[in-house]
Design a binder for this molecule. Structure first.
Ligand code: GCO
Length: 255
């Protein structure tokens, strides 16, 4: 049974993985045996994250590139091609948040959130899938959604629109790439205690709302996303495609 979840010999790219959920995904896939490629835009944070995994005995490397910039993504994949590195698993985790009422929201801020949180998944997923199809050996693409893939919270409109798009992009990828042996799925994290959410955790009113709104009555922990990430990255999910799995403490299942 454990071999179903074994990622030994696989190479995985996790975008936005120097901290938070992205680092948890990278650590989890490394623990399952994968060689992990981390990504970020901050060189020192990336170096520190790669060093932490290497010091723990895992196989890790890192690339600074802008996931929303097509040329930056293609340059990174070309470097991997030259090194003979074949990315078999992609977790499109990179994302930013911008909390502001739409009436005050600048178009540039809207566009940047859509670019980083949605278009990047298309750019990175397409680059990876082109190579997976050419190799004929299939692969795994995992996009990261959100509770806002299903329901909206006021003041995070671009994030909500992007995460709703991530859910449907995942289905579109499944529709086109399943025949090539590429399974495309998504993870929908609930409210997880991460740096991106630190302002929310530290806000007593928001903290009370999160705990009152999910039957687990608590924030999630980044490591609680690892099992689902390993499942969707492994042979255990070879006949699963186009799905989004919510890791939300039961939030979306309850009134
Ligand atoms: C917010 C939070 C959320 C969470 C998560 C919920 O401002 O509401 O950032 O977006 O991060 O996406 O599933």
């Amino acid at each position: 049974m454990s071999s179903l979840f074994d990622l030994t010999g696989r190479t995985a790219l996790i975008t936005g993985s120097t901290r938070g959920l992205g680092f948890a995904y990278a650590k989890g896939l490394a623990q399952a045996g994968a060689a992990v490629i981390l990504n970020g835009t901050h060189a020192q944070r990336l170096e520190d994250a790669v060093a932490e995994l290497c010091d723990a005995g895992f196989t890790a490397s890192g690339f600074v590139f802008d996931v929303a910039d097509e040329r930056s993504v293609e340059a990174m994949f070309s470097r991997l091609d030259e090194q003979g590195v074949q990315v078999e698993i992609v977790i499109n985790n990179a994302g930013i948040q911008h909390r502001q009422p739409m009436l005050e929201l600048a178009l540039a801020d809207w566009q940047r959130v859509l670019d980083v949180n949605l278009t990047s998944a298309f750019i990175v997923g397409r680059a990876a899938a082109r190579r997976m199809v050419a190799r004929g050996s299939g692969g795994k693409i995992i996009n990261i959604g959100s509770l806002t893939s299903e329901a909206a919270r006021a003041t995070v409109a671009p994030y909500t629109a992007a995460k709703g798009g991530v859910k449907m992009l995942t289905k579109a990828m499944a529709a086109e790439w399943a025949e090539h042996g590429i399974q495309c799925n998504a993870i929908g994290p609930g409210y997880i205690h991460t740096e991106m959410n630190s302002a929310l955790v530290d806000n007593p009113e928001f903290d009370r709302w999160v705990k009152a709104s999910n039957p687990s009555r608590r924030w999630g922990k980044p490591d609680e996303l690892i099992g689902t990430a390993v499942y969707l990255s492994s042979a255990a999910s070879d006949y699963v495609s186009g799905q989004i799995i919510y890791v939300d403490g039961g939030w979306l299942a309850t009134l």
